[in-house]
Design a protein around this ligand. Structure first.
Ligand code: AMP
Length: 404
């Protein structure tokens, strides 16, 4: 852990002058909203993403479309960007390290990305900070898996690939010893090792905890967000998470501050947690960036998670995270809405029938089932009404044909 803190502290975080250019790696919706926040603060921007159809491209001053290991793209990006941020985790850490070696400000640091990219490193780091997690074992072989399953009490477990997993991909459930060999093989066997084996947590709900930390060490946390998933993809979020136990809030602040400080974070970090029946939290996953659930901070909070990321990257003091409204809900719009009719949904109808609902579309050209295409946000003072209105607005867009 020492290494982390030393490295993060040695990174210079000068105040970015107005002529500076902020660069972002990755061109999805999180990158797109980051660019909007950067523009609001007057900065020029550059996006580097491999995908030709990246929704962030249309908003940037400069665009680089190339794989992340492309040397020419690296040269061009670093010649333009004064400060660098990223919007997803599956990036080569070596690219960020090379930028830091050139003296570029990278937020969050390459060390934090390295930890968050690897579930075993992430768990060991959380354990080192004394943060509650589900009991786990690193796994390389079927024999280790069988022994690990027994060592974890022969209770239901989940086997996860250590890298490249997201939205429930690269995971298999193990209920009995007999499941070990087939689940191990289904994830790719020894060729895809190492894996993380961990006990299934009997949670009552999933919540996200978004924390920001500035270069001078100032920390802010957002109100906890309740997240509901459909087939492992975020479907609905409510903030502040309804019926929060005051102890949960105290624990969440402790977790956020311990992690942000311990990691030497400069930037925004999302901590995905399981809430247990007694209100206590167990950390599942870290994302060193703004989070999809935190889109709702744009409408509901004094400072959005995106502005916060820009402020941290630019060396500024972080903004107030307080809610401007009593409650807020977010409904994701997935590619199924397009797939069900084979054509673009009828946006005019939802705007006409639900004028109080805010519609965001990410400008993605191809709609695939499970792909996040946009979202709806509604603020108010009654969770039941917010949820019902969001569901009605989504239903009015089109019938949902689910995917297999
Ligand atoms: P992850 O990719 O780790 O975020 O996992 C995707 C989803 O799988 C989570 O949002 C949970 O719903 C579920 N999940 C992951 N790990 C566990 C666990 N240890 N116990 C229960 N559910 C889990």
């Amino acid at each position: 852990m020492l290494l982390l803190t030393e490295s993060a502290q040695s990174t210079p975080f000068p105040l970015m002058p107005q002529q500076a250019t902020l660069g972002i790696l990755g061109g999805g919706q999180l990158g797109r909203f980051f660019l909007m926040a950067a523009k609001d603060l007057g900065y020029r921007t550059v996006v580097w993403a491999p995908d030709f159809e990246s929704p962030a491209f249309g908003l940037a001053d400069e665009v680089i479309q190339a794989p992340f290991d492309n040397a020419k793209a690296f040269q061009r990006f670093t010649s333009l960007a004064d400060g660098v941020s990223y919007e997803f985790e599956n990036l080569p850490v070596s690219t960020l390290e090379a930028m830091e070696a050139l003296g570029k400000v990278v937020s969050p640091s390459s060390n934090i990305l390295k930890i968050c990219q690897h579930r075993i490193l992430e768990r060991q780091c959380l354990q080192g900070f004394g943060i509650p997690i589900s009991p786990f074992k690193p796994i390389h072989t079927v024999a280790e898996l069988q022994a690990g399953f027994e060592a974890l009490g022969s209770q239901p477990c989940i086997l996860k690939t250590a890298t490249m997993g997201y939205d429930g991909k690269g995971q298999g459930k193990i209920t009995t010893l007999a499941d070990c060999a087939p689940v191990f093989a289904s994830l790719g066997g020894e060729a895809h090792a190492p894996y993380l084996l961990e006990r299934v947590v009997a949670f009552v709900r999933e919540v996200s905890l978004i924390v920001g930390r500035s270069a001078s060490g100032g920390m802010v946390t957002y109100p906890l967000i309740e997240n509901r998933h459909h087939r492992h993809v975020l479907d609905l979020s409510l903030c502040p998470a309804p019926q929060l136990n005051p102890h949960t809030v105290v624990q969440s602040t402790h977790i956020a501050e311990t992690l942000a400080e311990g990691l030497g974070l400069v930037g925004v970090l999302c901590i995905e947690c399981f809430e247990l029946a007694d209100g206590s939290l167990i950390v599942n996953e870290l994302a060193p960036r703004p989070h999809n659930s935190g889109h709702l901070t744009m409408e509901a909070c004094i400072t959005s998670q995106y502005e916060q990321q820009v402020r941290a990257l630019c060396g500024f003091t972080l903004g107030c995270t307080g809610l401007r409204v009593p409650m807020v809900g977010l409904q994701n719009l997935m590619g199924q809405l397009w797939a069900s009719s084979g054509k673009e949904p009828d946006w005019a109808r939802v705007l006409d029938q639900f004028p109080e609902v805010k519609l965001h579309l990410y400008g993605k050209e191809s709609a695939k089932p499970g792909r996040k295409m946009g979202h709806l946000v509604l603020t108010g003072n009654d969770y039941t009404a917010i949820e019902a209105t969001l569901k009605a607005a989504k239903a009015c867009i089109g019938p949902l044909k689910d995917f297999d």
